[in-house]
Every structure is written in structure tokens, then in C-alpha cells.
Design a protein around this ligand. Structure first.
Ligand code: CP
Ligand code: NVA
Length: 311
């Protein structure tokens, strides 16, 4: 029912979606997963431009396979292939792509680029990761939590690591909307930013979520899910030494997982992972890890987003 309201919509950040709309996408993702990748042809005759300024395995493959299985035609375009703000403005590229494609996916640096694409193309635009947000990832993460613990509201998710990165920030928004308690465990220099934290706390007041930002790893206590991401995100390689110095005390290892005090707590990672840095191999490759289900769920959730907005 609520899926009807999503027709023609872009997904730039979950801030633009209601809790009910996100819930409907989660329910739809579960149905799509049960279809086991069967070809359905619901996107026959549709096309999508997949624009990538940064590398990708999961996001690109999820969009390509989801679109292809539904009979649509995805076109991969990197900055080596097209003008994207170099010799042609983003506005003009958006106008042209909007005349030729049914939808656009953008992965790159600036959130303003994906906003401009949405404003000028006239077709649904999906944020496949910017420096600010990674919304399609966060939907797959919540789906994975629900596969293990049932409805997400009232559960506790801890993000341990670079609290100001795109993944942490998107998780904070989706948790605030859906009523999950979200704790960012990060050194003070890497907190998610007062503006977004304040905005999420207002949303959380309505959903019943607690949004906590702390430097203390002991805050994982009671968490159903412990999440981490790379210490050095794409495009930030120059900050590697600084980040490692700040984040070494925040590695997710056996001892940290034990501090949840729950034997059923799960480990999540958006991937790709640098094993031995943000997470030890025994955790990511161990029995509590759901990172591989989470990666698969990227496809089902992305298919749900595309079908709801385009199908
Ligand atoms: N998690 C994720 O977005 O992976 P890729 O960078 O491989 O797309
Ligand atoms: N924070 C990471 C996520 C990769 C999916 C990055 O931006 O590189």
C-alpha cells in the first residue's frame, strides 16, 4: 500500500522518507528475497545509468543483477567514460541522461552531485554512496538485523569506528526513523557531526530510539548487532596514518564482541573489509558474522527500491 507513494521518488538520504515508507521497502525486500532471484520482467523496457566516480563491487553488481533480472537494461558509466562535471556541468549531464534513461544511480564524492542529478534529470536518482551518506547500504543492514532478531524497533545497534563516515551517518538516520537504539562508538574527533546528530535525536524522540555518541567501547553492552566499516574510506587515503592512530583502540575483535554480554549478538560490516584493521578475521569469518548475508541483502533491498520507485 505505502509502496504506492514511492512511485517516481529518488533516494538521496533516508531523511526524505517516513518510517512507514522504509518499513514497506523492508517488507518488500523480504518478499523479493523469497523469490530467489527469479526473473520476473517487471522492468522490461526500462533503463538505468549507473554513474561511478568511486569503485564498487556490491553496489554495482546489485544494481546490475537486480535490473537485469527484471528485464531492464543497466548501463555502467565511470568518469573514464563520460563527462561528469569535468567538461560538462552536472546539470547538463543530468538533463541529457533524464531524456534517455528511466533512472540514474550515482556513486561518488559530493552529496550535492546526487542532489543536482535528481533536480535536473526528472527521473528517480539513487544514491549509491557519497561522502555523506550510503542509504541503500543501511536498508540492507536493517533487513539483516530483522532476519536475526525480528522487527528492528527497540533493538540496539552499535557502530564502532569512524563515526563520521557515510555508513555510520546513514545508519544513524535509518535507526532514528525506525526506532532502533543506535550507539556510535568513536573517538571525539570522528563523531557524526552535531547537525546530523541533533536532527536524528529529534526524529528519535518520535520513534522511541536512543541515539548515543560515545568514545567508550564498553557501550556495546547489550547490543544485538555490532557494526564496523573501514578506517579509511574511499577518497580519504591521505588521512590513513591519522585515522589508524585514532581508531586502533576501536578494533572489533573477540574481546569486544564478548563485551556485548550476549551470545547471540551478530557482527555486521558493509564490506569491503580490511581484516586485521577494523575487524579481526576470527570475528568477520566467525559464527557471529552476518556480513555475507548482509552483502546478499544489498541486492534484494536495491531491487525493492527500484521496483517501488520505477516498476
Ligand atoms: N558495501 C558496498 O557499498 O560495497 P561496494 O563498495 O563494493 O559497492
Ligand atoms: N565508508 C566506506 C564504505 C564503502 C562501502 C567508503 O566510503 O569507502
Amino acid at each position: 500500500m505505502m509502496l504506492q507513494t514511492l512511485k517516481g521518488r529518488s533516494l538521496l538520504t533516508w531523511l526524505d522518507y517516513t518510517a512507514e515508507e522504509i518499513r514497506s521497502l523492508l517488507d518488500f525486500s523480504r518478499l523479493l528475497k523469497a523469490e530467489k532471484n527469479r526473473t520476473q520482467g517487471r522492468l522490461a523496457g526500462k533503463t538505468i545509468a549507473l554513474l561511478f566516480e568511486k569503485r564498487s563491487t556490491r553496489t554495482r553488481c546489485a544494481f546490475e543483477t537486480a535490473f537485469g533480472e527484471e528485464g531492464g537494461h543497466p548501463v555502467f558509466l565511470s568518469t573514464a567514460d563520460i563527462q561528469l562535471g569535468a567538461k560538462e556541468s552536472i546539470e547538463d549531464t543530468a538533463r541529457v541522461l533524464g531524456r534517455m534513461f528511466s533512472a540514474i544511480q550515482f556513486r561518488g564524492f559530493k552529496q550535492s552531485t546526487v542532489e543536482t542529478l535528481a533536480e535536473y534529470s526528472g527521473v528517480p536518482v539513487y544514491n549509491g554512496l557519497t561522502d555523506s551518506f550510503h542509504p541503500t547500504q543501511a536498508l540492507a543492514d536493517i533487513m539483516t538485523i530483522e532476519e536475526n532478531f525480528g522487527p528492528a524497533g527497540g533493538k540496539k545497534l552499535c557502530f564502532v569506528g569512524d563515526g563520521r563516515n557515510n555508513v555510520a551517518r546513514s545508519l544513524m538516520v535509518i535507526c532514528a526513523k525506525l526506532g532502533l537504539h543506535f550507539t556510535v562508538i568513536t573517538p571525539p574527533a570522528l563523531n557524526p557531526g552535531d547537525a546530523l546528530t541533533g536532527q536524528c535525536r529529534i526524529l528519535a524522540a518520535a520513534s522511541g530510539a536512543d541515539i548515543t555518541v560515545t568514545a567508550d567501547p564498553a557501550a556495546v553492552e547489550g547490543a544485538e548487532a555490532v557494526y564496523t566499516d573501514v578506517w579509511v574510506s574511499m577518497g580519504e587515503e591521505a588521512k590513513r596514518e591519522e585515522r589508524l592512530a585514532l581508531l586502533r583502540p576501536y578494533q572489533v575483535n573477540r574481546a569486544l564482541m564478548d563485551r556485548t554480554g550476549r551470545r547471540d549478538s551478530i557482527f555486521l560490516h558493509c564490506l569491503p573489509a580490511v581484516k586485521g584493521e577494523e575487524v579481526t578475521p576470527e570475528v568477520i569469518d566467525g559464527p557471529q558474522s552476518r556480513a555475507w548475508d548482509e552483502a546478499e541483502n544489498r541486492k534484494h533491498t536495491i531491487k525493492a527500491i527500484i521496483l517501488a520507485t520505477l516498476g
